[in-house]
Write a protein that binds this ligand. Structure first.
Ligand SMILES: *Cc1c(COP(=O)(O)O)cnc(C)c1O
Length: 390
């Protein structure tokens, strides 16, 4: 290449992010990311690491010593959980009711595990009776489930019941809490979850890059007494212990700026109070839901397992889901997403996460969506305009 490429200054569009993540980043988090770097072993950074770990324990509602941000996106903390806990020859039970159960399966297989399934349709939670039946049929070592399934807008209810079933069969429980941490009630210790992983760019409203993970001592004992090393060197928790544990020795260069960002995002959680934050997500997403229903739209999940941080809305017949998404992006700089897998073409996915979970954003989504639907010939007044029976 002879000439230097003529690439202009970076000017990304000013989007409002109401999709499945990333969510809008809080200005304080963006500011934290523009502060100077220190070394990843600098005494001041060691202090920051301790603070992030404390804040993560608070947010996960756990006393687990083993609570760290994994370098990488949510899939990195996911692979750290699965790749360390599942040993070659172990049997892992994974769900089939959404996109991320499939990813759990791939990771468990790559770790050398045998995979068995607990089935439920996309858009529905797991039935504890089916989980129990799977445990009766197979000898299961690790049970993974998705607390907040971002592909379907379903929140798994009755988590304690699921962990009880697994523990009565001496299995370990891994929970995907990527779209619940910091947005939806989640109590790692009280619900007896052995391992939970998450991501920063959903309800924590932080850019992707350093992803929360917590393991209790029981799970960590299994990890530290493995016969065979995990297949990933980078995500080997017995090695990461050297950096995040007592020793604080070099393993890899931590993404310093992402750790700053996560610290500030978690400080915002602590300032608001975790329970108040869950409450806010319920209230603001509740406004979104009522507004959608007032337009004659239907939520995909019934109230018992509706996920406030990710609202799956049925696409009305005759409306092109992609045209609406494009209209919102082009005319309103507003991001929402389409359905995946079995729900492709059937739902829109509207996130209501962290800093994006504000009344202002909800009003914006509702008015922009009404306009986009009308452009598609859908009558948003139909509910109120419908003649009554009496
Ligand atoms: C987003 C997401 C992931 C993966 O996170 P990435 O940051 O995209 O790697 C895993 N599980 C669920 C439920 C998610 O929503």
């Amino acid at each position: 290449m002879e000439k230097a490429p003529d690439v202009g200054e970076l000017t990304p569009p000013d989007r409002t992010l109401m999709g499945p993540g990333p969510s809008d980043v809080h200005p304080r988090v963006l500011r934290a990311m523009s502060t100077p770097l220190v070394g990843h072993l600098d005494p001041s950074f060691v202090e920051i690491m301790n603070e992030v770990q404390e804040l993560l324990r608070y947010t996960f509602r756990t006393d687990n010593q083993w609570t760290i941000p994994v370098s990488g996106t949510g899939s990195a903390s996911m692979e750290a959980a699965i790749g360390n806990l599942v040993e070659p020859g172990d049997t892992a039970l994974v769900p089939t009711n959404g996109y991320f159960g499939g990813r759990m399966q791939s990771m468990a297989e790559r770790a050398g595990g045998e995979v068995v399934h607990v089935d439920a349709p996309w858009g529905e939670p797991l039935d504890p009776a089916d989980v129990e039946a799977a445990f009766d049929e197979h000898s299961i070592d690790v049970f993974g489930f998705v607390h907040a399934e971002t592909s379907t807008g379903v929140k798994q209810p009755g988590v304690s019941e699921l962990t009880d079933i697994a523990h009565s069969h001496d299995a370990y429980v891994i929970a995907d809490t990527v779209t619940s941490l910091g947005g939806v009630e989640l109590r790692v210790d009280e619900w007896d979850i052995d391992v939970a992983y998450s991501g920063p760019q959903k309800c924590l409203s932080c850019p992707p890059g350093a992803s929360p993970l917590t393991l209790n001592d029981r799970a960590m004992d299994k990890v530290l007494s493995r016969e065979e090393e995990p297949r990933s060197w980078y995500l080997d928790l017995s090695l990461l212990e050297g950096y995040w544990g007592e020793e604080r020795a070099y393993h890899h260069t931590a993404p310093v700026t992402n750790v700053y960002a996560l610290r500030e995002a978690l400080r915002l959680v602590a300032e608001e109070g975790i329970e108040a934050r869950w409450e806010r997500h319920l209230d603001v997403a509740g406004e979104l839901k009522s507004g959608l229903e007032a337009m004659g739209l239907e939520m995909n999940a019934p109230d018992e397992y509706w996920l406030p941080s990710l609202n799956a809305v049925r696409v009305p017949s005759g409306v092109d889901d992609g045209a609406v998404i494009a209209h919102l992006l082009d005319e309103y700089d507003l991001e929402i997403a389409s359905g995946l897998g079995d729900l492709s073409g059937e739902i829109w996915r509207i996130g209501c996460m962290g800093y994006s979970a504000r009344p202002k954003n909800v009003e914006y989504v509702l008015s922009a969506l009404a306009d986009a639907l009308e452009a598609e010939g859908y009558d948003t007044e139909q509910v109120t305009a419908a003649p009554s029976d009496d």
